[in-house]
Design a protein around this ligand. Structure first.
Ligand SMILES: C[S@@+](CC[C@H](N)C(=O)[O-])C[C@H]1O[C@@H](n2cnc3c(N)ncnc32)[C@H](O)[C@@H]1O
Length: 419
């Protein structure tokens, strides 16, 4: 007899919550209000405080439920299970509502602030039905040497011949390069990257990396980003970090710039810290708004990205305004901060998924910065760091989210703190 659950509410990691035999169960491919049959993930420990599982049949469907646009990423019971699109069963408006609810919930529970959060969709995503936004894809070669994804709950690898979340142009490039035909060493990692403005990779501005080695295209990619009417050019490492959604670099750089301008209520600032700065996506536009004597201190852990940030600054004629430091943020903003950068007017930070954590938040507060602009790819980490920042005297001034990962539970949030 299959187990039946009434789904209660959204939870994190693309799951919803219900109860089964008195225990909380986190369910994949569920929606609030639904009555569903589930399969419980095994093994279940007798003392486990909660269960996890997946919907196998929907008895009473939510009006938000849709047929997955990418069936392979849908529920296992419908021959899906490869992951990568855990909200594929929810309509696009429901995906936004889900992300909004989750950010508000985490900000309240862990950040201890009541916030109403708008989640904005990137231009073009609605028309594309939430597909075709990735400028980079990562796959593993299966036993036959074909690009594949692993099916959940098994060791089975499923060969794929298209990646629906990737730009159409990137899929076409993969076809042209023979990527879907395979021929890779089994188990090798395959990355294909095509910059946002490129149509076909004809000029070689793309990368096919296999086990981190260039097989076609080139390693140093050129990305163009328009921010407030000005074009910025970035050299980025094909294997390194770059915002994945085709619109993310422009949207986020613009949002950061506006937040700093608005927060300081001025078109210029003397000193801005750009922490976790990557190849300088935000540093360059920030440097253009810094006053005549204003400067940006960029701090980034990857040496390759720092070298590129320096090169990008130089090419933009902004090198005298940007000091790019390599190293761990926590170490770099403790003690010997380069002369002239000790008292920032604004701090921008864009940490990895785990967040900045308490020590870095306290160091930011110690810097005396009156304005903090936090770009977060994980609402839970943002909420945790919000609690530290508010305990250190900051107030949440505004918060806005961007759905830069349609079909997945991921979301980018920009929070502005002042004091
Ligand atoms: C989310 S990315 C943001 C990069 C950049 N702001 C952008 O949008 O392109 C986070 C960056 O933090 C860097 N990073 C991760 N942990 C770090 C640490 N402890 N100290 C310095 N940088 C770190 C990563 O290398 C990565 O480039």
């Amino acid at each position: 007899m299959p187990e039946t659950v009434r789904v209660e509410r959204y939870a994190d990691q693309g799951r919803c919550v219900g109860h089964l035999d008195g225990r909380v169960i986190f369910l994949r491919f569920a929606l609030p209000g639904e009555l569903v049959e589930v399969s419980v993930d095994q093994p279940v420990r007798a003392k486990a405080r909660f269960l996890t599982g997946e919907v196998t049949r929907v008895i009473e469907a939510s009006p938000d439920r849709v047929t997955p646009a990418w069936p392979l990423a849908g529920p296992l019971a419908q021959e899906g299970g490869v992951g990568g699109a855990d909200l594929v069963h929810a309509g696009l408006p429901a995906q936004l509502a889900w992300k909004r609810s989750l950010i508000e919930q985490q900000m309240q529970r862990m950040g201890h602030v009541d916030a109403s959060v708008e989640v904005v969709r990137a231009p073009g995503d609605e028309e594309a039905g939430g597909l075709h936004w990735r400028t980079r894809i990562d796959l593993i070669a299966d036993e036959q040497g074909k690009p594949s994804m692993r099916r959940r709950e098994s060791h089975e690898r499923v060969a794929i011949d298209a990646m629906p979340l990737a730009r159409i142009e990137l899929n076409d490039l993969a076809t042209q390069l023979g990527v879907w035909r395979g021929g890779f060493e089994p188990g090798s990692s395959i990355r294909l990257a095509l910059p946002q403005h490129e149509r076909d990779g004809q000029d070689g501005n793309y990368a096919l990396l296999v086990d981190d080695k260039v097989k076609a295209g080139r390693r140093k990619l050129e990305e163009h980003v328009e921010v407030q009417g000005r074009d910025f050019t970035y050299e980025v490492d094909a294997a390194g970090f770059w915002q994945i959604h085709r619109q993310a670099p422009a949207l986020l750089a613009d949002a950061v710039l506006r937040a700093v301008q608005g927060g300081l209520q001025a078109q210029s600032a003397q000193v801005i810290w750009d922490l976790y700065s990557g190849s300088g996506l935000f540093s360059l536009p920030l440097a253009t708004m810094a006053g005549e004597h204003g400067r940006v201190l960029a701090v980034e852990g990857s040496r390759v990205a720092v070298a590129q940030a320096r090169y990008n600054a130089q090419r933009a004629g902004l090198d005298s305004r940007i000091e790019a430091l390599a190293g761990d943020v926590a170490k770099r903003i403790t003690g010997r901060i380069p002369q002239g950068f000790e008292r920032p007017d604004a701090v921008v930070l864009d940490p990895p998924r785990a967040g900045a954590k308490a020590a870095v938040c306290r160091l930011i507060a110690d810097s005396g910065a009156p304005l903090v602009v936090y770009v977060a790819c994980d609402p839970t980490s943002l909420a945790r760091d919000t609690a530290t920042l508010t305990a250190a005297g900051y107030q949440l001034a505004s918060i806005q989210a961007y759905d830069l990962y349609p079909m997945t539970h991921h979301v980018e949030t920009l929070a502005v703190f002042t004091r």
